[in-house]
Design a protein around this ligand. Structure first.
Ligand code: ATP
Ligand code: MG
Length: 583
């Protein structure tokens, strides 16, 4: 077996990706890269470029996060800047170490490196508290005793202004005292909050005195029981960016309405003030992308875990056989825009196909075996035929395959009573066994009880060795095969879309998104026959099974057991779609 190219951390920008598309060249990238290039030209940030990828460690990363990772780390790399990996761990209830570990692992696997710049928002709790006290002193924040429901009620709606909280006019002294006592743990959960004093009539609901701190007596994975008040996202996030001296705080479109608040907090504090820029989040059809839903699939055991190969998680895609190069190429093709859209999953599959076509060795495997006895081939004799490892890569060379009297072919490649357009094997018909010989079907053996075809009796033409015919005789099909005596058994898992509808939310009244789960998203084939060159292949290795698709060795494999995941079939739906829309 020839080795695949490496996929180690730090090889970002590898494999044909231009390293510096945006640098100094406006218009060479997308609107975000244009902003960064402009800022460098005007020296807005003293020549610095600092971005960040700020996941909340409450789930595994998905392909949408990959878009954000490629963007943030990509911009930093292209403009000689830095990208921080920051865990936005301000919520004590949901966060877990397993998620922190998986997120780091995923970012590295994707080919990016945060170097020294690993941060945890919870490390800033002290400073955030000090900043909050500063706003209270300024008369810009107050302790409010309204219940959550009352706060909602007082907030008003898009068409009606809000009402001032009766606690809005508390004195600075009283607010300082109450806020400190909130911190000390004197009050129960939910009894009080700290709110910014902005404008209850603002047309932007986010500006109607948003909550900054809530009381939550909960243990935090990093700070333990030190805190019983925790900062809300809008308050915390800008401070995190400011403390880390981020230049471009890139986030998804739903935060556009939060930008005035982001700016208000930093302006009121008079601290370092990064620029928030929004872009459209990635959506893909036939799947769900919210962490809450992905968690539900895991917890309800609808999938085998976060890394189930049907999941749109990075761990799932990796296990399925996707390469980091393919995911990066996909993110690049999707691009960065200001308009929300849904990307066809066929494009993602196209990208991995394109990558694996270049690098995956070709091998032969029969998924649903049908026994073929070649009657005129001597019993006990084994011949070697030569097979090309990768027609796309001359350096990949060739290998020898054993050929013998009994081989397996794919059940689908034979029909007893073929319709007009079926050109593969049928009674009396001759086909080519790839790299081996022409064989002709002489007889069909059936199970006496069920009538099922259980074996074919064939003859071969010794003059056609290698798969060519000296007399120019043509055959209409070339089949893959595996020598029965030499085959390795394997389990093969075939995957289909996780949902039957492009939009999982397209449901009948009274049903939820789970009613659209695809009951056939996983098909397991237990007794597949694989060519012997794959003996001892390690988990994670990727191959093309000729005519069938790309497959990856699953970590469930062990010394005596080989398990493959089908990454994608060979049929390029995207090419078809692209052609249709072009024509
Ligand atoms: P979810 O809504 O699925 O829980 P999230 O946005 O809350 O996701 P975070 O951990 O906060 O998840 O996300 C980290 C970063 O990834 C954020 O900057 C967020 O904007 C970005 N991100 C999340 N989902 C997508 C997506 N679908 N496309 C692009 N970027 C995304
Ligand atoms: Mg979030």
């Amino acid at each position: 077996m020839n080795k695949e190219h490496g996929e180690h951390a730090g090889d970002c920008g590898a494999a044909g990706e231009p390293k510096e598309p945006g640098r100094g060249k406006p218009g060479a990238g997308d609107f975000i890269r244009d902003i960064v290039a402009d800022d460098l030209r005007t020296n807005k940030w003293d020549g610095r470029v600092v971005t960040r990828f700020p996941p909340e460690p409450n789930g595994y990363l998905h392909i949408g996060h990959a878009k954000s990772i490629c963007l943030n780390f990509g911009v930093a790399t292209e403009f000689n800047g830095k990208c921080h990996l920051r865990f936005d761990d301000t919520n004590p209830a949901k966060e877990e170490q397993e998620y922190v570990r998986s997120i780091k692992d995923n970012v590295r696997w994707l080919g990016f490196d945060w170097g020294e710049n690993l941060f945890f928002a919870s490390d800033y709790f002290d400073r955030m508290y000090e900043y909050a006290v500063q706003l209270v002193r300024k008369g810009k924040a107050y302790v409010c005793d309204l219940t959550a429901d009352q706060i909602r009620e007082y907030r008003g709606t898009l068409t009606t202004p809000g009402k001032d909280s009766p606690y809005r006019s508390r004195s600075v002294e009283e607010n300082l005292d109450l806020f400190e006592r909130m911190r000390k743990g004197e009050f129960p959960d939910g009894s009080r909050v700290l709110r910014a004093k902005i404008d209850m009539a603002s047309p932007n609901l986010n500006m109607r005195d948003p909550v900054m701190y809530r009381i939550l007596h909960a243990t935090h994975h990093n700070t333990g029981d030190k805190w019983c008040i925790y900062p809300m996202y809008d308050w915390a996030h800008g401070l995190e960016d400011s403390i880390e001296r981020v230049t471009h705080s890139i986030c998804t479109l739903e935060f556009e309405n939060h930008r005035p608040l982001y700016d208000w907090f930093l302006d009121e504090l008079g601290v370092y003030h990064p620029q928030q820029i929004e872009f459209a989040r990635l959506n893909i059809n036939y799947t769900v992308m919210s962490k809450r839903r992905l968690l539900e699939l895991v917890q309800a055991r609808i999938v085998s875990g976060w890394d189930d190969p049907r999941m749109p998680t990075i761990s799932g895609l990796r296990r399925r056989g996707f390469t980091p190069e393919a995911i990066r190429a996909f993110c690049k093709r999707v691009g960065v825009a200001k308009m929300d859209s849904v990307v066809d999953v066929a494009l993602l599959e196209h990208c991995v196909r394109e990558d694996l076509n270049r690098r995956a060795p070709r091998v032969m495997a029969v998924l649903r075996p049908l026994r073929v006895v070649i009657e005129n081939f001597p019993e006990g004799k084994v011949e070697e035929v030569e097979a090309v490892n990768n027609p796309e890569d001359a350096a990949a060379g060739t290998r020898k395959l054993p050929f013998s009297r009994v081989v397996y072919i794919e059940r689908d490649d034979f029909m007893e009573d073929p319709p007009k357009k079926f050109f593969r094997l049928a009674p009396g018909r001759e086909v080519r066994l790839r790299y081996a010989y022409y064989v002709k079907c002489e007889k069909v053996v059936k199970d006496e009880k069920t009538g099922e075809v259980i074996e074919l009796r064939c003859t071969y033409d010794p003059a056609t060795k290698g798969g060519g015919s000296p007399d120019g005789r043509k055959v209409k099909a070339t089949l893959h095969w595996v020598s029965a005596a030499h085959a390795i058994e394997a389990e093969v898992r075939l995957y289909d879309h996780l949902f039957v509808k492009p939009d999982p939310d397209d449901v009948e009244p009274g049903k939820d998104w789970k009613s659209n789960l695809n009951p056939r998203s996983l098909e397991t084939l237990k007794a597949c026959k694989i060519e012997p060159s794959l003996a001892g292949i390690e988990a994670g290795r990727r191959v093309q099974f000729e005519r069938l698709g790309y497959f990856c060795v699953d970590p469930d494999s062990s010394a005596g057991r080989l398990v493959f995941n089908r990454t994608v079939t060979l049929r390029d739906e995207w090419a078809k779609i692209a052609k249709e829309t072009a024509g």
